[in-house]
Design a protein around this ligand. Structure first.
Ligand SMILES: [Zn+2]
Length: 271
């Protein structure tokens, strides 16, 4: 039983601002410690549930957040960037389950620190369905036959998870009270909830389902300014629909995901 963990930071209990999630800012060291402890809770739960291998992909910002000397020694950690697969780098069909820890809901939602990859993106649709990082990554996992079995974050992401992945276990560690505010469980209580949900997710592995991407998936990204959409439309195969919106269609979802990453990376230079 091999478990892959995509570990983000914004959905960690007690994390409420970019001053905590940006390396070098004054509360970052606290936030990375809280993140690492929640990841450890997921690792511990996975092993309690029967996992034999756990690989953690550091999925936040520059992907150098998890201090290796604080991580459960049974796990392997993939860190650093750029990585071709970004938040889902290293996920293959060798894995049985994916966990998404410290996640946040999609751009435009009331989730604490909501965004989709970065702040250039207002909205993402795959074949008409609005998705955030969770949806984009769950579709990717399904192309390898891997279901998402555990998600952790705030109450807004919980609703997003229930709509998208109703079979998945969820550990709610905080309630969003604003873009930069949340009512958080204690670090200890959050870790206990994650440990228990992770253990149950592995025990219930046969009930977990994949989220297959739609056939011939069509990606639409609405950016926050026209310069971003214009730069994103340099991506081969992309088509600009209006001042803010760019579309890309392909029969292979992995190509769609790569186009998404390409366009967002291009757009990032146009603030
Ligand atoms: Zn993040």
């Amino acid at each position: 039983m091999q478990v892959y963990i995509s570990a983000d930071m914004e959905g960690t209990a007690g994390v409420t601002g970019w001053v905590m999630t940006n390396p070098g800012e004054h509360d970052y060291e606290l936030a990375r410690r809280l993140m690492a402890a929640e990841v450890n809770a997921a690792i511990e739960g996975a092993f309690l549930g029967g996992a034999t291998t756990v690989v953690v992909n550091d999925s936040h910002d520059g992907m150098r957040n998890l201090p290796l000397d604080q991580i459960d020694p049974r796990a392997l950690v993939l860190s650093g960037s750029p990585k071709l697969g970004s938040m889902v780098e290293g996920l293959t069909d060798a894995f049985d389950l994916m966990f998404c820890t410290g996640y946040h809901a999609m751009a435009g939602s009331p989730s604490t620190l909501a965004h989709t990859y970065n702040l250039t993106v207002q909205q993402v649709e795959i074949s008409g369905r609005k998705v955030g990082e969770l949806g984009l990554n769950a579709y990717w996992a399904a192309t390898f036959g891997v279901p998402v079995a555990l998600v952790t974050g705030d109450d807004v992401l919980e609703a997003e998870t229930e709509a998208l992945l109703p079979w998945s276990r969820y550990a709610q560690v905080k309630e969003a009270r604003g873009r930069y505010a949340s009512l958080s469980r204690s670090a200890e209580a959050a870790r206990a909830a994650i440990r228990q949900a992770a253990e149950m997710a592995v025990r219930e592995h046969s009930a977990m389902k994949q989220l297959p991407p739609p056939e011939n998936p069509e990606l639409k990204i609405r950016f926050t300014n026209p310069g971003q959409a214009q730069t994103a439309s340099i991506c081969p195969g992309a088509e600009r629909l209006d001042a803010l919106t760019v579309r890309f269609g392909h029969s292979d979802y992995r190509e769609v995901y790569r186009a998404f990453r390409t366009m967002v990376t291009l757009a990032s230079g146009q603030s």
